[in-house]
Design a protein around this ligand. Sequence first.
Ligand SMILES: *[C@@H]1O[C@H](CO)[C@@H](O)[C@H](O)[C@H]1NC(C)=O
Ligand SMILES: *[C@@H]1O[C@H](CO)[C@@H](O)[C@H](O)[C@H]1NC(C)=O
Ligand SMILES: *[C@@H]1O[C@H](CO)[C@@H](O)[C@H](O)[C@H]1NC(C)=O
Ligand SMILES: *[C@@H]1O[C@H](CO)[C@@H](O)[C@H](O)[C@H]1NC(C)=O
Ligand SMILES: *[C@@H]1O[C@H](CO)[C@@H](O)[C@H](O)[C@H]1NC(C)=O
Ligand SMILES: *[C@@H]1O[C@H](CO)[C@@H](O)[C@H](O)[C@H]1NC(C)=O
Ligand SMILES: *[C@@H]1O[C@H](CO)[C@@H](O)[C@H](O)[C@H]1NC(C)=O
Length: 841
Amino acid sequence: MKIPLFTKVFLVPFLSILVGFGIISVSSQCLADQKSLLLQVKRNLIFNPSLSTKLVQWNQSTDCCSWEGVTCNTSSNSAHVIELDLNNESISGCLQNSTLRSLSGLQHLERLNLAFNNFNSSQFPAGIFSLTNLKYLNLSTSGFSGEFPSSIVNLTQLVYLDFWTNNFSGTISSIHFENLVNLEYIDLGLNSLSGTVPSSLFALPSLRKLFFSYNNFHGSLPNFTDTDSSQLDTLYAGWNNLSGSVPNSLFDLKSFSRLTLSHNKLTGESKLQNLHRLKNLTYFNLSFNNLSLDPRHDNSSSFLPPLLKELKLASCRLQEFPDLRHLPSLITLDLAQNQISGDIPNWIWNIGNGGLQYLNLSVNQLEKLQEPYVIRNLIWIDLRSNHLRGKIPLPPKNVYFLDYSNNFFSSRIPTTINLTAAIFFSLSSNRLSGTIPASICSATNLQLLDLSNNYLSGNVPSCLFEFSDTLGVLRLGNNSLTGNISGIFGNDCGLETIDLSGNLLEGHVPESLANCANLEVLNLGNNRLNDSFPCFLKDSPRLHVLSLHSNAFHGVITCQERNGSWENLQIYDIGSNYFTGNLSQNFPVWKAMKDGRNDVNVLGFEFPSFGNLRKTYQDAVTINIKGKRLELVKILNIFTSVDISNNHFEGNIPDTIGELTSLVSLNLSHNSLSGSIPKSVGTLKLLETLDLSMNKLTGKIPVELGEISFLEVLDLSDNQLTGKIPTGSQIQTFSEASFQGNKGLCGPPLHINCNRIPVITAYDDGDLGDTIEWEFVAPEVGFAVGLGIVILPLMFYSRWRSFYYKHVDNFLFKFFGIRHQKKNIHGRIRSQGSRIQRAGS
Ligand SMILES: *[C@@H]1O[C@H](CO)[C@@H](O)[C@H](O)[C@H]1NC(C)=O
Ligand SMILES: *[C@@H]1O[C@H](CO)[C@@H](O)[C@H](O)[C@H]1NC(C)=O
Ligand SMILES: *[C@@H]1O[C@H](CO)[C@@H](O)[C@H](O)[C@H]1NC(C)=O
Ligand SMILES: *[C@@H]1O[C@H](CO)[C@@H](O)[C@H](O)[C@H]1NC(C)=O
Ligand SMILES: *[C@@H]1O[C@H](CO)[C@@H](O)[C@H](O)[C@H]1NC(C)=O
Ligand SMILES: *[C@@H]1O[C@H](CO)[C@@H](O)[C@H](O)[C@H]1NC(C)=O
Ligand SMILES: *[C@@H]1O[C@H](CO)[C@@H](O)[C@H](O)[C@H]1NC(C)=O
């Protein structure tokens, strides 16, 4: 109902004046002692007066029953405070004992709301237990912590109890909830509670709504006995550690309307058909347990509750589609991560009489869409990771999220596709051919456009670069796109990721790219771009990844000043181009590579939430490391790599290289670098890959190289290094190939005896490290030297090393999600325990 504006402006104050008089005249004044108690409460609470709307107004000169947040009992002559509502009053700090004493003086209090404040991890205020008339207690999101207050069951009048989002811990298994005979609503969600959920909680005679998602509860669900008298209509038990099977008696609780058991460890077999007993069920979520759901049913045509609005059965080992034809109200259907194969039946698009809005069939083995079909009304469609082939299905014009990636769709991208409402559109990793239709640019709300890994050809429509500022991620990599990057990135360019790698693009990098001030990932690798270094990108302060790998970039790089503006640059790959110049004069030293980063966020692009759904898009970038092309699906902020290999750089490797202490991978190979290897490389403690091969390096191998304990790949071959390979350190655990092609090197692992070569350089800098056989000394020294106690001596034994790496690898895999892309086994790689192989398997 619309209230005309003038009525609001004139009538409302008038009404409230009337109401105000009403209270004052009908009820007697707030009792003096209560007023002073309330003022004491106010005095003792720390709150922000500029954010508070209630407390800040309380003062001596007015009747306390008229104060915001205070309600008095007006039915009797002496007005008692029965409700205190201080929700969202920016209260901070602990609840003082004095505050509690004042509170507990309000003996008639029935409703207390302290939600959305920050009581700074204080314990549960025990003073509340003396408020024995309390019916309503809301402490949600108020920053309490400590042991769950078991005495809460003394408040036997309680009807409503809300502890959502605090940090209460401990077990509630032995708490006598059966005392709370009046309780209708209890929310314990998002705390740190553990133990089993006491069955007395489920058996409360008045309980309608029970929430305890997001805790650490374990054990099984109880067998429900009083199913006929139970009032329970809502149970949220998701995101715990519940085990055992789904009790059959659960399906006898006929009043259920919302039931969520997702993300637990429930096991066994369950029949979807059981749901038909829950006639009032509207929301059901059984996703992500460890159970097998049988979708078959006896011949009844409507075997599922007809009111069902949301059905989530992801990861339930379903092998076929349940028959969902008779669900007139279904809005959300999630059957992701099951084992459904064959066709997508065409009735699915008519579910809910076309009212279905969310459909998730991702990660199944579906092969095609049963014809004929028309996709109606869907807003979210996720068909990712199936075996779908043929033409890509045309989405309805209102589609908001569309993911067809990782299938075998092989058509062209239809020019008629209407994406005006879409924010997410991915067709990546299919077999699409033809050109990118310019009509795609009418999708002005897109935040992500991913057409990578297909067989698309032709030019990139220039309008794609002139897209609205909403587009954050543009991925067109690994196609066969040709022509120039023509188009002008607008002043309001909002792109964070641009991946055009692995195409046949030519010409220049447009300078207007500098307009994309939020750019984090720029991957132009493996194209035919012919340009000088894009110095104009220096003003992209958020750049994390820059890859120009394998193009025809050339000339001297003039803009790599020390500590330049690329504070966040982590991956710098300009390998396999025609850059020239002296490396020592302007070697890049960027902050992220120098100081590392403590935060371990992955680069991501977050989408606005839509209902409860969120999607974080992880950037992926392909880089050359350890001799293999790898795709880093998630770029961990602590991962840094520099590849300037295969160019025409000359001069010395600067000492400043030692400042890049966060560096994990360094490839300077295939250049014309001269001089010796600086000792400062020994300070690159996190280095795992070092490739200096195919240069003109001279002098001895610095002993310091042996101090890099994580070094897994070392290539010094084809230089002019001389002298004995330092012994005793782990350097010797690398194979001969790491040192080949250096005429003057001798000693193991090379089969060249140093005595046979007139080693002039061996003693020239008086470095004794060379002459002591560290191999035998190291264990003893190791035990005496702090950090090296266990790790370092063991490092010297290659077998242990590979064991160690195996475990480190597992760790890294979890975080980096490194995927093996091409098998290109390089002779110099130490392959045992290689993370790459396992990750690929
Ligand atoms: C007391 O509060 C009322 C509003 O609730 C306000 O109008 C009045 O000015 C306040 N008096 C004092 C002394 O702060
Ligand atoms: C508050 O009272 C409790 C006992 O009720 C006592 O243990 C605690 O020390 C008191 N805290 C302060 C700050 O006085
Ligand atoms: C969940 O239970 C398993 C055993 O069933 C246990 O190993 C694991 O630590 C538990 N996880 C949590 C978060 O309590
Ligand atoms: C089902 O819902 C209706 C309407 O809300 C209600 O009247 C009825 O009592 C409910 N049935 C059960 C078994 O709870
Ligand atoms: C899943 O359940 C099976 C038994 O049904 C058990 O062997 C397996 O360990 C469980 N998996 C997990 C991840 O809990
Ligand atoms: C579909 O389900 C998968 C697996 O649970 C999930 O990762 C994905 O985010 C879902 N898609 C949408 C659009 O919610
Ligand atoms: C270093 O770069 C060269 C040339 O780009 C490549 O062949 C080699 O495999 C890379 N080395 C490592 C260890 O990745």
